[in-house]
Write a protein that binds this ligand. Structure first.
Ligand code: VGL
Ligand code: ZN
Length: 219
């Protein structure tokens, strides 16, 4: 079994945007392909198993105001999934999703499982695929939390492989964390961008692996 590599350095789980609005099973506003009940159950079980092994679980939560600039509904005439140039940045027009306080924004696991939930994308002016910082450069509390806890290694999985997982992993690598991507617990928005994202994460140093490598009795 492939245990977290160094006993002196602590490992943690980083569960990315495991929220109703990104799932088919919950009829989410921005449902990612392959997010059926079995996927949700597998991620929930794996997360509880890893927690049971003593790993602290951190979660990111996409948490947008209704006025968020990434929502197509806030750009009259724009079409969903097209790209707009906004303040010199290229922005995908998403359906309104993960609106603060709505069921769609809720994480599909009980709160008490988490060491910390890091909300992101709360500033209407900036999108924030990464759990570490938004497109305006403002850091979330994630890096400080992990540093305070002495965490050097992250087991990352969740939604979506080609957006929030990708940018969170790339920021984690840039910040010096060892990253294991548990690919069987991820789903991507589109096949081509998902393949490219996996390749980029691998190139930048992420170990692309699966949950069975960390959970006894699975695979
Ligand atoms: C995400 C698009 C917009 C994600 C969040 O969690 O991957 N994708 N907001
Ligand atoms: Zn979002």
């Amino acid at each position: 079994m492939n245990q977290p590599t160094d006993n002196h350095d602590k490992s943690a789980v980083l569960l990315v945007d495991f929220q109703e609005d990104f799932t088919e099973d919950k009829n989410g506003a921005l449902a990612v392909a392959g997010t059926d009940a079995a996927y949700i159950d597998t991620v929930a079980r794996a997360t509880r198993a890893l927690s049971g092994q003593g790993l602290p679980i951190y979660a990111t939560q996409d948490w947008h105001p209704e006025t968020h600039m990434s929502f197509v509904t806030n750009h009259p005439g724009a079409e969903v999934f097209t790209t707009l140039d906004i303040d010199g940045r290229s922005q995908i027009m998403w359906p309104a999703h993960c609106v603060q306080g709505t069921a769609g924004a809720s994480i599909m696991l009980a709160d008490d499982l988490f060491e910390q939930v890091i909300q992101k994308g709360s500033d209407a002016r900036f999108d924030s695929y990464s759990g570490f910082a938004d497109d305006g450069g403002k850091q979330t509390a994630l890096e400080e939390q992990l540093a305070n806890a002495g965490i050097k290694e992250l087991l990352v999985y969740g939604l979506a492989t080609d957006f929030c997982v990708k940018f969170t992993v790339l920021d984690a690598l840039a910040a010096g964390y060892r990253v294991h991507l548990l690919l069987d617990l991820c789903r991507g928005v589109a096949p081509d961008t998902t393949e490219a994202a996996i390749e980029e994460m691998r190139e930048k140093g992420a170990v692309i692996t699966e949950s069975a490598a960390f959970i006894p009795g699975r695979g």
